[in-house]
Design a protein around this ligand. Structure first.
Ligand code: MV4
Length: 448
């Protein structure tokens, strides 16, 4: 097992990893930007080094600075958290060349599944349903039109280097497709340095269901069931839950086993999330793999009782998985609300500044993962999430009630948050009935 690791991240996930390490008896080295200097969670690490100015590209994303901190801090491994360098195969490779274990997949597996076209091919090979679409990359307009006629309009153009909704374009007819194709290629080239695109049939009002998988270095891969992330706005998830209300028990089994098979067939190790969309007829289709721990991992931890961060660290240090697939039970219902410093009344504009007063909820079935506190200053430079409120109860109905009780207890003064929106969503009959898809928030709570 490692004696000392560096956490290449900030905020709640840095704190989450520090906590796991403390319980494992592992020393931690934190990093911070000038904007995060003096933050309380940093004092829970054994050491902390400044990696540069506030701007992410000058600090948390600056590979040379992060590696320098790891060398000075004399660590054996780096946990990247989510965002920043977490899915950067180049950084991953540099860690390897510096003899530092990257707590995540190999650079090769990361690159292979990070490229959407290559991930799609691997999914097909592993017998996982993918959205009907082009066999591979699309290079000319005639090819695009041919595939669109095969699968039917509307179609979606996706950048193979994109992800999380970036680099997508819908087209409804031949003419629109030809011009959208050119635009999509140019945009992808500018945004990702890779203009390659492929086509999929456009699935209308899909639900977003993803499967957590972990794999060790001994050929074992298990899934930890699914999370439903359909409650989102502009590709920003707001609420995640497990189990999903969008699928039947048969679909759940098939989808989770599909995800596990894909990860195992890809020689992938550590934590992965396999994303699917579910159409209105209940068919599920693979869309992409996220090669990192995700924000919403606590939902899975609550229903399975498995600490995913500790498992990531144990896997990276070479330990075999301590359980088999049949040991992993999805018990009860868990829901997570992301608490963002944003003003839902002003188009979700970021609301940074001083939290004058913060009172976090507690009690049976309530978990609060956050680095924030009374007097904490939310910096304007990073993601606006100040914490995650997670509940776990025997049934979904009870979990909703506990979440509403916890949200009502919570006090955040000095900044705006999305708490009022969460209260509206959780009180809505469509949410209670599980009638939610990825368009629900924008259709129901317009605030343009
Ligand atoms: C789709 C789709 C409809 N049809 N693919 C958006 C994020 C990226 N991971 C894939 N996404 C989508 N792919 C086809 N063929 C609709 C979406 C989509 C979406 C997916 C998951 C969660 C939220 C979403 C919001 C809008 C669109």
């Amino acid at each position: 097992m490692f004696q000392r690791i560096l956490i290449a991240n900030r905020g709640e996930i840095a704190l989450r990893i520090i906590r796991a390490c403390r319980e494992l008896g592992i020393e931690t080295v934190a990093i911070f930007s000038e904007a995060d200097r003096g933050a309380n969670y940093l004092s829970l690490a054994d050491e902390a080094y400044c990696v540069g100015p506030a701007k992410p590209s000058d600090s948390y994303l600056r590979i040379a600075n992060v590696i320098s901190a790891a060398e000075v801090g004399n660590v054996q491994a780096i946990h990247p958290g989510y965002g920043f360098l977490a899915e950067n195969a180049h950084f991953n490779e540099i860690c390897r060349s510096c003899n530092i274990d990257f707590i995540g997949p190999s650079p090769e597996a990361m690159a292979a599944l990070g490229d959407k076209d290559s991930a799609r091919k691997m999914a097909r090979k592993a017998g996982v349903p993918v959205v009907p679409g082009s066999e591979g990359l699309i290079t000319n307009p005639d090819e695009a039109v041919k595939f669109a006629h095969d699968v039917g309009f509307p179609v979606l153009i996706k950048a193979t280097a994109g992800g999380g909704g970036r680099g997508m374009r819908v087209a409804a007819n031949d003419l629109a497709l030809k011009s959208a194709l050119q635009q999509a290629q140019a945009e992808a080239e500018a945004a990702f340095g890779n203009g390659a695109v492929y086509l999929e049939k456009y699935i209308e009002q899909p639900r977003h269901v993803e499967v957590q998988v972990i794999a060790d270095h001994h050929g074992n891969a298990v899934h930890l069931w699914e999370r439903d992330c359909s409650v989102q706005r502009r590709h920003q998830k707001l609420i995640e839950e497990s189990p999903s209300t969008s699928i039947t028990p048969e679909t759940r089994k098939a989808m989770c086993e599909s995800a596990r098979r894909l990860i195992q067939a890809s020689n992938y190790t550590n934590a992965a999330t396999v994303e699917f969309i579910v159409d209105r007829d209940g068919n599920y289709y693979f869309i992409e793999v996220n090669a990192r721990i995700q924000v919403e991992h606590p939902v899975t931890e609550m229903v399975t009782g498995i600490d995913l961060i500790k498992q990531q660290i144990r896997i990276a240090s070479g330990e075999p998985l301590p359980f088999k697939q049949e040991d992993i039970v999805q018990r009860g219902a868990a829901i997570e609300c992301r608490i963002n410093a944003e003003d839902p009344q002003r188009k979700f504009q970021p609301s940074p500044g001083t939290i004058e007063r913060l009172i976090a909820p507690g009690g049976f079935g309530v978990r609060w993962d956050s680095h924030a506190h009374s007097g904490y200053v939310v910096p304007p430079y990073y993601d606006s999430m100040i914490g995650k409120l997670i509940v776990h109860q025997p049934t979904r109905e009870q979990a909703v009630r506990t979440m509403l009780r916890a949200l009502a207890e919570m006090r955040v003064e000095g900044i705006k948050t999305v708490i009022p929106l969460h209260q509206e969503i959780l009180s809505h009959s469509a949410f209670a009935d599980g009638r939610i898809d990825t368009t629900f928030v924008e259709r129901t709570f317009v605030s343009e």
